[in-house]
Design a protein around this ligand. Structure first.
Ligand code: ADP
Length: 479
């Protein structure tokens, strides 16, 4: 089976978020099932710099405004084809944003070009033999299934469209349609037309042979007006080809037994050693030392993450006897409220504003819980790290949070299967109630220890998810 993937980010070459983690890890996990994946990515400077002895597989005289080459090679352990198009990708800084912090004005062209190159490669029109499957990730590559459908040639590849967050859709004015090199019939309800505009993700969802998203619950949710962000009608119509597959984590990077960021490594049998990490969290976050429950937060400080509601709960959290260590960055109002709460409660609330990989590991290894009160969460990684580190997740019952954490209700406790705490809907009262439930369980050390062990035994690996993708590809080829 020849599989091409297409993505605007891939770890470790180019990353702004979880998308890169998925596109970077999935090829390795699929290799474990005997499947090779070549990923088509933009030739950003960092990608071209990492490319080892490449071959030029195709040249374009004019790819959206300039010459381009498709370079095939290995980069940091990945098989890639880089779209070397300097007029589109040879820019410093963030891959989506210009120096003014706004989207590059030609993002439509930049990612139409990526989609076109991926479709040409997959359909055997760009020097390669073509592919059986073309797996596209998010709006930046969502035009590829449209190109395959409307301009595919003799043997178009089967296409898979994966949605990592439906909030990002790639919508542009109708005036760009003429630049895309698609036949007129593509600007239609079964193509990329979206309320009179051009919708990249809409086009991908309308034309791909299969649609996936990153958890079964999110797959259901995006079919509803509340979560579908305008695309729910289309998704309901295509429900028979929609599936949810939960992401895995990089278990080498997130391994409490070998984590270089920790003062003290530990395993499920040596949970007592976590205490040294708790002491380190207290010190680093200027918290009073103590054995009482210590909550942790590692998050973007945004509305999506429910952080506005969380900050409103902080006084009650402290009044209940708990402490908090938080690292995050985001919306100014939320940052301000957190700093104010830390000032009101010295020794009880410790906050670091910014992004710090090391501290994020320390929180997972030293705090008792990790809080994820998201309003929506396609998959979520933070709670998966929490499970692996025995840092019990307290999560909103939504999306991937719902699918990966088993709530400690009475039945689950009696059955010995609970791994964390869920609450719903996301508001102050339900969050406060979940925190109180966590504190109650924490007061019973053998119950807590049992939950930690179970959490650490949860399968958060890529192998299970990769098997699900393999099955999906196989079914698609049979279809
Ligand atoms: P999202 O991609 O929506 O932000 P995820 O839970 O899928 O949410 O992934 C977030 C990732 O970013 C996790 O790896 C988390 O540890 C990390 N992260 C978020 N904020 C910070 C921060 N301030 N410092 C360090 N790591 C962070």
């Amino acid at each position: 089976m020849r599989i091409f993937a297409a993505a605007s980010e891939i770890f470790p070459l180019a990353k702004t978020g979880g998308l890169a983690d998925v596109t970077g890890a999935l090829p390795g996990a699929l290799a474990g099932h005997g499947m090779g994946v070549v990923t088509v990515v933009p030739g950003y400077p960092a990608v071209l710099a990492a490319l080892e002895d490449h071959a030029v597989v195709h040249g374009y005289g004019d790819l959206f405004g300039g010459k381009a080459r498709l370079l095939k090679g290995r980069a940091r352990g990945l098989d890639i084809i880089a779209v070397d198009a300097p007029h589109l990708y040879d820019r410093p800084g963030n891959i989506y944003l210009g120096p003014d912090g706004k989207d590059w004005p030609d993002n439509a062209r930049r990612f139409a070009a990526l989609s076109k190159a991926a479709a040409d490669l997959a359909c055997g029109k760009a020097g390669e033999d073509g592919a059986d499957i073309l797996h596209c990730h998010d709006w930046q590559t969502a035009l590829a299934p449209v190109y395959v459908k409307f301009a595919g040639g003799k043997k178009p590849a089967k296409t898979v469209m994966t949605v990592h967050n439906i909030a990002f859709q790639g919508q542009f004015p109708a005036s760009i349609f003429g630049t895309l090199g698609l036949p007129a019939q593509a600007f239609a309800i079964d193509g990329l037309e979206y309320y009179g505009n051009v919708g990249f993700l809409k086009g991908g969802l309308a034309t791909a042979d299969r649609i996936t998203t990153v958890s079964p619950s999110y797959a259901q949710e995006i079919c509803t007006p509340e979560f579908g962000m305008g695309l729910d009608g289309l998704l309901r119509a295509r429900r028979d080809v929609l599936a949810g597959i939960v992401n895995g984590i990089d278990e080498a990077v997130w391994d409490p037994a070998r984590d270089p960021h920790l003062p003290q490594t530990y395993g499920a049998k040596t949970l007592d050693r976590r205490t040294a990490n708790k002491r380190a969290v207290e010190q680093r976050f200027q918290l009073a030392q103590g054995d009482g429950i210590l909550h942790g937060v590692v998050s973007r400080l945004t509305w999506q993450k429910g952080m506005d509601i969380f900050v409103a709960c902080l006084d009650a959290l402290v009044a209940g006897g708990a402490r908090l260590a938080l690292i995050g960055a985001g919306e100014a109002d939320i940052e301000k409220a957190i700093l104010a709460a830390a000032q009101r409660h010295p020794g009880r609330i410790g906050a670091v504003l910014g992004y710090d990989e090391g501290l994020s590991h320390l929180i997972q290894a030293g705090c008792d819980t990790i809080l994820v009160p998201s309003r929506f969460e396609p998959c979520g990684l933070t709670q998966l790290y929490g499970l692996r580190y025995g840092c019990l997740p307290v999560v909103a019952r939504t999306g991937g949070l719902n699918d990966t954490v088993i709530d400690a209700n009475d039945a689950a406790i009696r059955a010995g299967v609970a791994t964390g705490f869920q609450f719903s809907p996301v508001d102050q009262a339900t969050l406060a109630h979940a925190l109180a439930r966590a504190a109650d369980c924490y007061a019973d050390p053998s119950l807590w220890r049992g939950m930690q062990k179970r959490a650490m035994a949860s399968d958060v690996s890529w192998s299970r998810s990769a098997a699900a993708y393999v099955q999906l590809y196989r079914n698609l080829l049979k279809a």
